[in-house]
Write a protein that binds this ligand. Structure first.
Ligand code: ADP
Length: 259
């Protein structure tokens, strides 16, 4: 091909440039391929673990269930909790695999304070955990997707719940000409060296600890994708043993805000 192109009058520099671009493309394809393989392997591993638990408890029940009815409660509990875990993970995987065009984003003007209050109420009744909403101004209007923003808040509230025991606070405010939402917990926090990794798929600070709390390490990477799709920038501040604050800055201008 290069000989033909040279005959066609392309200079050596142009050919070198094309060759370099070609090599870069191959490298990119290879690294994407590696990433995809790693992703499939991680996902399969994470699905296999709960399946193994379900398989062993159900075969225990089949073998001994009739003569030892006390096994029933324990086994069903384990099977149920692993099934819930698998269902959550599959839902997260499906969302991550979906193309952004299929996300049906609907932008509208809405009050962030009201949205935070609704999310807090829903979260309180689902988990029986205290969530305070603090807002000096109201309304704080923003142009965003209501359902996606609620989904985003839910992921961060759920992490605050899993990694802390005390109350969680959602603060809604105006930052310059932007709307800002912060979710703060006083939990175990994230070690400094892991802060940049927590948004990676399947990353968990402590595998054993996270397994107990039910996570598989997909929440934050999903949150990052949702945020990007609706024009929100996410920042994470955390101090080990002190707590974590997630700051969501909305790119759009709030139109009003009264004290
Ligand atoms: P998981 O499902 O394991 O919670 P995430 O992707 O949501 O996965 O979070 C990745 C990891 O980041 C978690 O396993 C946990 O170690 C850490 N993490 C996330 N949020 C918090 C938080 N609020 N406090 C402490 N650690 C957190």
């Amino acid at each position: 091909t290069f000989k033909r192109l040279e005959q066609d009058g392309k200079s050596k520099d142009e050919l070198k440039e094309m060759g370099d671009t070609f090599n870069e493309m191959i490298e990119l394809l290879e690294s994407n391929y590696d990433k995809q393989k790693r992703f499939v392997s991680n996902a399969s591993h994470e699905l296999k673990t709960p399946l193994t638990v379900i398989e062993s408890y159900s075969s225990l029940l089949l073998r001994r269930g009739k003569e030892r009815p006390e096994l029933l409660e324990e086994s069903l509990r384990a099977i149920h909790s692993e099934a819930v875990r698998m269902k959550e993970m599959t839902e997260q995987l499906l969302l991550l695999a979906k193309h952004k065009e299929q996300w049906n984003i609907e932008l509208q003007e809405l009050d962030l304070v009201q949205l935070a209050e609704e999310s807090a109420r829903a979260f309180r009744s689902a988990y029986d955990r205290e969530v305070n909403v603090s807002a000096e101004l109201r309304p704080v209007m923003a142009h965003t997707d209501q359902n996606k923003l609620k989904q985003l808040l839910f992921i961060f509230l759920d992490n605050a719940r899993k990694y802390s025991d005390e109350g969680i606070t959602i603060t809604v405010e105006r930052h310059g000409d932007r709307g800002r939402i912060r979710i703060t917990d006083r939990g175990i926090g994230i070690p400094k060296e892991d802060l940049s990794k927590v948004f990676d798929r399947f990353f968990r600070v402590d595998q054993a600890r996270s397994r107990k709390t039910g996570g598989v390490g997909l929440g934050l990477s999903l949150a990052q994708e949702i945020a990007a799709a609706i024009g929100i920038v996410v920042a994470l501040d955390s101090l080990e043993g002190v707590g974590t604050t997630v700051t969501l800055t909305l790119e759009n201008v709030p139109v009003e805000g009264k004290k």
